[in-house]
Structure formats: C-alpha cells, structure tokens
Design a protein. Structure first.
Length: 330
C-alpha cells in the first residue's frame, strides 16, 4: 500500500508545533524525516519565526537530531529582507521593530537599521521579538504616521511551546494597526512569497506542506497551490478543523509528521454518511453520530476525517458530541 509521501517529491515543514515544541523534538519526528530523506524526497524547513537567525534554527535542528543547513532552512525574516532590499534603495533606513538577528539581516542586505522615528526611516519592519516593549511599538507607529513604508515578517497570532500557546508577532502588529490603521505588507505564511521562495530554492515539482496551524500553514499552502498535511502536534485541533471553509482545508490530516509514511487516509462520502477506513459518521436530524467507537488514535483520526467531510458538506450540522468522543485527538 502506498504511503502519503509517495505522491510528492518534496516535503516542506513548519517548525514550531510540527518539528519541535520549544526545546523538545516532537515524538517520532527525527526518525520520520530520516525515512522521508531515505526515500529520496527533498526536505525543507520553513518557519515564520523571525526572532532567531537561520543559523540558530539550524543549530537547534541539528542538536535535536535533524539534518539542517543553509540550503534547507528558510525563515520569514530572510524572505522579508530579500524583498525589502529590492524595493528600497541601498542605504535606506529601516526601523526594525523586531529582534537583533532581524536587524543584522537588514544591515547585511545593504540597508541601515534604526530604532526611532526621529531617525526618519524609509520603512518599518515588524517581526517577533520576545523582548518587545511598548516604547518600541510607539516608535514604529510614529514612523508609519510620518510616511514610512510598513512591512512585517509574519502575522502569527500565537506560537506553540512545550508549555502551551503564547502570543506571536500578530499581537504586536495589531497594536500598531489599531493606532495607524491599515495593515503592513506581510511576507510569511499564509502569504504567497514564503512558499514561492521554498519552491524556487528546492526546485520541487510537487511538494507537500506540513503544518499545525490552519490560518498560516494550511491557508498558506492553498494560496501557493500546494497540497497540505495538518498535524495535531501543535496549535490547532479537531474543533478548528471542522469549521474551516474553502481555502482553509487541508488535503490530509495526521497525528504528527509520521503520517507522511502511513497510507493515505481516504474517505467515501454519500448522502448523510461518510466513511474512512471502517469508521462511519452519519447525519441524522441535524446531528452527526459515529456508528462505531474508535479506540485507538489512528481510528479516531479516521473517524474525525469522516466527520469533517460531513460537516464541510453541510456546515449547519452539529458535530460537538461526535468530536467529544474522540478523546485521543486534541
């Protein structure tokens, strides 16, 4: 029986919540990626986290047992700075409302990083920084009001960690947007530049994107016309999946990246009924019911995929009780 990965020549992976959670590798991820490579597939790590340099990301991946280098790690900071350097003249001033590594990237691109609106920057670049302060957000807002172009590496609302979700870059962007109005030009997922660059770098003909967030990873894959695998090891879970609309829906689901090496989870849908590998969901009187009691994680994922197809076909269906029975799927 063919594996999911067999239909693709490359796999792009989000990091936080997919490959690792804080300092810890997601269970089974290192061996799964080793096998994906052994099968001759290209692996690329694609992260919206712009707080750390690519080299820091590479070092962390290698310390956890993955194989990473400059050729297979891409950050939203790299994509953003590359694009900004094309739009601004050499030596242009950029107020960097982000981490020190983001400012270093700006400087290496031939631009001049500054810190205050009084420096009369040509542009503002926002990115995630765990040490962000209100005064720095003040300076970004003042510079934009004075006419600076407004850019952001990414707009993730949250970040998954080993302790739970914490605020992401989107929070800082929202603070500035609430003051100046409008939105910045954004380069990270779900916006197209990020995955377009990943395809360009790898030369992949049919890649699949693996992510844990619907709003960035799955929507980003769809916007770049890529298939996607939603894994439940990070931010989003079953309740998020069933309420997605067109353009937000993954091609496949799995517990974690090991799903790439498992058979494709296929589903058959008929009037008021959907089945996936023996797990049957049925719609009766506006409610979704399971006709079996799946006991393992994999059978519960099969049941979830069947439930999801029914609800996608009829969003008015109530599936809360059916989802509550899938206690091994987050």
């Amino acid at each position: 029986m063919s594996r999911l990965i067999d239909a693709y020549d490359a796999a792009f992976f989000d990091l936080d919540g997919v490959i690792y959670l804080g300092p810890l590798a997601v269970e089974g991820a290192t061996s799964a990626l080793d096998e994906v490579r052994r099968l001759g597939k290209t692996v690329m790590f694609v992260t919206n986290n712009a707080a750390r340099s690519a080299q820091v990301v590479i070092d962390q991946l290698n310390s956890l047992g993955f194989h990473a280098d400059d050729a297979n790690v891409l950050t939203s900071a790299q994509v953003a700075v590359t694009h900004i350097a094309r739009e601004l003249p050499a030596g242009a001033k950029v107020l960097v409302s982000g981490s020190a590594s983001l400012a270093e990237l700006v400087e290496r691109a031939g631009l001049v990083p500054v810190q205050t609106a009084a420096d009369q920057p040509d542009a503002v670049l926002q990115g995630y920084d765990p040490a962000m302060t209100w005064p720095r957000l003040d300076e970004a807002a003042l510079a934009i009001q004075a006419g600076a172009r407004w850019y952001a590496t990414n707009d993730d609302a949250s970040r998954p960690t080993e302790r739970g979700l914490v605020p992401g870059a989107g929070g800082a962007i929202a603070v500035v947007a609430g003051t100046v109005g409008g939105q910045p030009t954004i380069f990270g997922k779900p916006f197209r530049p990020m995955l377009t660059e990943a395809v360009r770098r790898t030369g992949a003909n049919r890649p699949i994107f693996v992510g844990d967030r619907i709003d960035t990873d799955i929507v980003g894959a769809a916007s770049a016309d890529l298939d996607s695998l939603l894994v439940f090891s990070g931010a989003h879970g079953k309740a998020d999946l069933v309420v997605t609309g067109p353009g937000e829906r993954p091609t496949h689901i799995g517990a974690d990246v090991r799903a790439l090496l498992a058979p494709v989870r296929s589903v058959e849908v008929g009037p008021g009924r959907a089945s996936c590998r023996g797990q049957i969901a049925e719609a009766t009187a506006g409610q979704v019911h399971l006709l079996s009691t799946p006991a393992t994680l994999e059978t519960q994922l099969d049941a979830l995929w069947a439930i999801t197809q029914l609800v996608w076909n009829d969003p008015a269906l109530d599936c809360a009780k059916a989802l509550a029975g899938l206690d091994q799927v987050r």
